[in-house]
Design a protein around this ligand. Structure first.
Ligand code: RNT
Ligand code: ZN
Length: 418
């Protein structure tokens, strides 16, 4: 069989199960996936601050070639984009502004520092998402920001949050697709707290103040991200899942579900349909924890596929925004983006090729035997052929083609960054 015949055969094998593979691939091309800027430079950013990463975050590895400035990050992102099919967005952190070597404090940032990113996004044809940066800063050195017991610390970070919302609004306005401005704060205690209530009350009040201004959801929406623990906040995190679930529902914010922010064995795939009816939207931070919230590069795991299936089965494409969140400094950083994002898309493709109507009918009829048999049958379907076909039709290399491009870029470009 030549490759065209292989594609037709694969499509037919899905058609036999009642699945229209061609229309699934057309739809897949439209699903936006937001790449996180911070994989490109180990969450360092471009501030003239020189603070430790902190906030309970850790990046390990010393692979050479991390982007050192905005031009290098753009170049690396464009290389990654050229190897990823489908609709791309870029998820920026506030510490990545175009500060031109000047010291601009977090409460002073404005759209001026992000206009270059907006212009680049428009020229590159990607949308933008945004994140205030509540770590790697002297005012967060003790790990406390919006829930701090010190009023001046809260004040500073409230101003940062407001500044970021204004930037997110402008990003969405100029790029023509709503920006998700995602709030994650590290605040928590290493050891057993004497007061669990106080920090949560302060966090709630601070957030309410940050969100005081109403923003047109056509320009930007806010998300809040919970966490179970971090390095240095092992015993208590003020912004826990229950805290933000309640917050998102009562304030009608997007709820961010990060795959690494729950107990081992607890999965976000099961949470999507449980929270979706109560919030205006869900932001996914697709990540991979290995024993802990380790932010490993996303691979094609069962849970990744289950997350994608839940999005597809529930037809949540307009309700769920997909963002990636991992950072590995022990491998080529562009390859990390490419592998993680392509895996997210592969999982979505597999999900969209599921005969979900048949499975649901079997379930309703109580035919659990048939459901199990068909789910297992789906695992050996010819996804690889269709994936390569999808990549080529999107003018990016197939599975065996992209790594050579990255290796070549490493030689010509990354190796020169000493
Ligand atoms: C931290 C959160 C958060 C960060 C980024 C860098 O645990 O997952 O999303 O990874 O803000
Ligand atoms: Zn996250």
């Amino acid at each position: 069989m030549n490759s065209d015949e292989q594609v037709s055969w694969a499509m037919e094998s899905f058609a036999e199960l009642g699945v229209d593979a061609e229309s699934a691939l057309r739809k897949l091309a439209m699903v936006p996936v937001s790449l996180h800027c911070w994989q490109g430079d180990d969450v360092r950013g471009f501030e003239a601050l020189d603070s430790e990463l902190g906030g309970g975050l850790a990046v390990t590895g010393h692979y050479p070639g991390a982007a050192r400035n905005i031009d290098e990050l753009w170049s690396d992102l464009e290389k990654a984009f050229s190897l990823i099919p489908g609709t791309k967005r870029l998820n920026l952190h506030a510490s990545y502004g175009d500060f031109q070597g000047k010291k601009v404090d977090r409460n002073e940032i404005s759209v001026d520092h992000f206009q270059a990113w907006i212009d680049w996004a428009k020229a590159t044809d990607v949308g933008l998402d945004f994140n205030p940066t509540y770590f790697a800063h002297p005012m967060a050195a003790d790990g406390w920001t919006l829930a701090s017991h010190r009023a001046e610390v809260r004040r500073f970070w409230i101003e940062h949050g407001k500044a970021c919302r204004a930037i997110g609004k402008e990003m969405g306005k100029q790029t023509g697709y709503p920006t998700v401005t995602n709030f994650w704060v590290p605040d928590g205690y290493k050891d057993t707290p004497a007061d669990r209530k106080g920090p949560r009350e302060r966090l709630m009040q601070s957030l309410d103040e940050v969100f005081r201004e109403t923003i047109d959801p056509g320009h930007a929406v806010d998300a809040v991200e919970a966490k179970l623990f971090g390095i240095g906040s092992e015993s208590y995190v003020a912004g826990s899942h229950e805290f933000y679930l309640g917050y998102a529902i009562t304030r009608q914010k997007f709820l961010c579900l990060d795959a690494g922010h729950f107990h081992t064995g607890e999965v976000i795939s099961d949470k999507i349909s449980a929270v979706a009816p109560y919030v205006p939207g869900i932001l996914l931070h697709v990540s991979r924890g290995v024993r802990w919230d380790s932010d490993h590069v996303v691979t094609l795991t069962d849970e990744l596929q289950e997350i994608a299936r839940e999005v597809a089965r529930g037809d949540y494409f307009n309700h769920v925004r997909i963002g990636l969140d991992f950072f590995d400094a022990s491998i080529n950083r562009i390859a990390a983006w490419v592998i993680g994002t392509r895996n997210m898309l592969k999982a979505l493709m597999i999900a969209m090729l599921e005969p979900s109507g048949t499975l649901r009918a079997m379930e309703i009829e109580g035919d659990y035997t048939g459901r199990l048999a068909l789910m297992e049958q789906m695992k050996t379907m010819p996804y690889g052929v269709l994936w390569n076909h999808f990549c080529l039709s999107q003018h990016v290399p197939g599975e065996s083609g992209w790594l050579d491009v990255v290796r070549d870029y490493e030689k010509t470009t990354l190796a020169r960054r000493q």
